[in-house]
Design a protein around this ligand. Structure first.
Ligand code: ATP
Length: 312
């Protein structure tokens, strides 16, 4: 238990006498994520701060507990690592591996990726998802905003806030909660008749692969119902610059019928996926990440958080 969650000590904000809180890195619906430093070992972490009141109000406390259990379980090079969890009267703190390269989303916002670069990220995404599924964990909210990049150009899956365990399956062996982000959600999840979490995650991976290669979404419409109709029908077109192998894989992932949708084993065996990524692609990505590195130690000193911000 944190006795002095976010107290002021001199000029800085100390958390449990252990972490020095720095700048805000990002925020989601329920959480703010700060750069923090472990005073014992000097290592930087990402500190996710979740307000209990807000979470309880919308009945999401069980979900937060689930996020913690899942993150403790899934240790993989392409999944953000949870170091420890602390709590004060009003907040829950997740001390996580700091991923310094920002969201994959920001990269795509600058334009579509070359196939070799997209392949590198997609291989890492599938490796992480395969690991989760083998442990009975389904992410259920895969999208480029939840995929972070480290300085080495490695992809890290985060935000297991909507994840499910296989033990949540109903008697029919399916999950029944409709969740996710509309543009990335599988047709059978919208259909509300129950779905296989693994198949639904693979659909989202298909949307992500399409977005990486195209620079825009496969299913778009200002009207949500019209967009869902397109998703149901699997009504999308690959742009002419997709290679025929990429086109084949995207089409097999975005199969509206979950029982014929491609499996992870078959993805890994597909010719597009199996191609090795040239070293030059990795090096270039690493160099770019290094240039974009925003959170160096001197920056941390200049941007230390004031306690009133934390309580806001
Ligand atoms: P949502 O509303 O999508 O459920 P959330 O409230 O659970 O989000 P996160 O998505 O976990 O919050 O984090 C919010 C943002 O903080 C991320 O989009 C990212 O920009 C940043 N962030 C999260 N984790 C890390 C990390 N480990 N390292 C660096 N930045 C991070």
């Amino acid at each position: 238990m944190v006795e002095n969650g976010g107290c002021k000590d001199g000029n800085s904000t100390l958390l449990n006498g252990k972490y020095d809180l720095g700048r805000l890195l990002g925020h989601g619906t329920f959480a703010k994520v700060y750069h923090a430093r472990n005073l014992k070992n000097g290592k930087s972490v990402a500190m996710k701060v979740v307000g209990k009141e807000k979470v309880i109000k919308v009945g999401m406390m069980e979900q937060v507990k689930r996020e913690i259990s899942v993150m403790k379980m899934v240790k993989h090079p392409n999944i953000v690592e949870l170091h420890e969890v602390m709590a004060s009267k009003s907040k829950i703190y997740f001390a996580m591996e700091l991923v310094r390269g920002g969201e994959l989303f920001a990269k795509i916002a600058k334009g579509r990726l070359k196939e070799d670069v997209a392949r590198l990220y997609f291989q890492q995404l599938i490796s992480a998802i395969d690991f989760c599924h083998s442990r009975g964990v389904y992410h259920r909210d895969l999208k480029p905003e939840n995929l972070l990049l480290d300085e080495g150009g490695n992809l890290k899956v985060t935000d297991f806030g909507l994840s499910a365990f296989s033990e949540h399956l109903k008697q029919d062996g399916l999950l029944h909660t409709t969740c996710g982000t509309p543009a990335y959600v599988a047709p059978e999840v919208i259909g509300k008749k129950g779905y296989d979490g693994a198949k639904a995650d693979l659909w989202s991976c298909g949307v992500i692969l399409y977005v990486l290669l195209a620079g825009f979404l496969p299913f778009q419409d200002d009207n949500l119902v019209a967009m869902y109709r397109k998703i149901y029908r699997g009504d999308f077109k690959c742009p002419p610059w997709f290679s025929s192998e990429a086109r084949r894989l995207v089409t097999k992932l975005l199969d509206p019928n979950p029982s014929t949708r491609i499996t992870i084993a078959k993805i890994m065996d597909s010719s597009w996926f199996k191609k090795s990524v040239p070293r030059s692609v990795r090096t270039k990505e690493e160099e770019e990440m290094e240039k974009e590195k925003q959170y160096d130690e001197s920056y941390f000193e200049k941007t230390k958080l004031q306690p009133e911000t934390l309580n806001a």
